[in-house]
Ligand binder design. Sequence first.
Ligand SMILES: [Cu+2]
Length: 346
Amino acid sequence: MHKTMKISTALLRFLIVCQKCHAEKVPCPDLQETCKCSRNAIDCEFTLRIEERFSFVSYEVNEASGTLGNRGTLYYKNNLGFHHRGIVDDDKCAFNEVLYRDEQFRQRGCSMPITLDGNTYRTIITINGRIPGPTLVVHENQIVVVHVINRLPDAATSVHWHGLHQGKSVWMDGVGGITHPPIDPGSSFDYIFEANPPGTHWYHSHVGSQKGDGLFGAFIVCEKIPLHKILDDQTYQHVIDLFGNHTIAATDWQRKPEATHQALSGIRFFPKASLGVVPSLNHEPVKPKKGVDDFTQSPFPFWSALINGRGQRDDCSPIEHFHHVSINEHSIHAHADRPSWCTAGA
Ligand SMILES: [Cu+2]
């Protein structure tokens, strides 16, 4: 008995050591755009921290736990930078000087306000402090482990891995309430699955309409064989793969959270009714439109759109930076139901 125990302890220790030698814990700190696992790793581990915040609000950051304080300070932003809208004596993150960059807020122990389309003030859902969440990059057939921590105050969540086949792990598909019970607020869940097929996929919440509030990001599975071994030298010279710059995550952005949920649940969306006011008989609901392929398009009037979490609403609100993408001989066609324009001089 004693001998058996000794053998099993040794075996367990071997398995743990072996597990460690194959596993790569990919660091994915707040605000990092791309979190990439090495090609030679067998297991790739990521951590996604899901939080609720307000846009345009700076929060106190607890460096030890990585969590945000409950209180925040509202900021207004123009071309000069951020101007606080709180009371300086009372608010830890209200600064007299005009700040502009993330480091300036960080040095003072506060998070930089998230501006998104430049002027829509509402609750949002962030993943590792970002919208969209970080782009996760793995390689074909690697075992992916994603620790999802739900720090939302009052909502359960799940993460669906869109495009991943999950052939050997259907219970890891991340459809909350169907393939597994959703992750309660204050708890966590580990998704473990094999990365295939290769391609550019995405991950998003599969509970309510959280994906429309920010809970989404890109998930890239690289081919097992490196591109330089597949392509001839001449073609390879023209292939530059910068995951951070070349991945485009586009979304429409609504003026309030859970808007998709409201429209799709049959409650409808009444654009002329003021926020927080019950629509009267004078308020017309928006009728969903049909696209060219008879597919029902968004049941909302266009409010604004984000590309990699950045946008600009129709008053020419400032944008910090924007990706410039050019692809030789390929055109990108973007279409909006009601495009918004910058007015001259704004
Ligand atoms: Cu999906």
